[in-house]
Design a protein around this ligand. Structure first.
Ligand code: ZN
Length: 151
């Protein structure tokens, strides 16, 4: 990856870790679900508010490493206003990105800020940190009520 792009992506992660978006408890949520990554200690509760099939609002609370927190923050900002099936497509895209099946640089325009997480595919332990928010949200939108664990 070219160094300029790499530093831009690092800046996205640092920014979202320092100032996570939608980082709050949502008292009027339609549903919430806890996600846990025992390998790193990342633990978050995700909240969602729906209007039919459309995601109206997303929030999360909890604690974890910079990668997991930034991933949750970017995810929430991207999912607001999307339908469940659009969210499913993004979940698949993100999974392919962090497992190295999708090249971040080649798809930078389509991926937007998600591309910032392309670098984690080189660090298997970090893949679970980046994926935890997406796995949990996927379960939440699929009406799962058992907490999500990456193990
Ligand atoms: Zn982590």
């Amino acid at each position: 990856m070219n160094p300029e792009l790499k530093s831009l992506y690092q800046e996205v992660i640092l920014d979202h870790n320092r100032n996570p978006r939608n980082f709050r408890r949502m008292d009027d949520a339609d549903a919430s679900l806890e996600g846990f990554n025992p390998l790193c200690g990342d633990r978050y509760t995700f909240f969602v508010k729906m209007d039919g099939e459309r995601i109206v609002d997303v929030a999360f609370k909890g604690s974890g490493c910079a990668i997991s927190k930034a991933s949750a923050s970017v995810m929430g900002a991207l999912l607001k206003g999307k339908t469940k099936s659009e969210a499913d497509a993004m979940f698949t895209q993100f999974h392919e990105l962090v497992t190295g099946k999708l090249d971040a640089e080649a798809h930078a325009d389509a991926l937007g800020k998600l591309a910032a997480f392309g670098g984690v595919s080189e660090f298997p332990a970090r893949v679970k940190c980046a994926s935890l928010p997406w796995h949990t949200m996927h379960g939440l939108l699929g009406s799962q009520r058992e907490p999500v664990s990456t193990e």
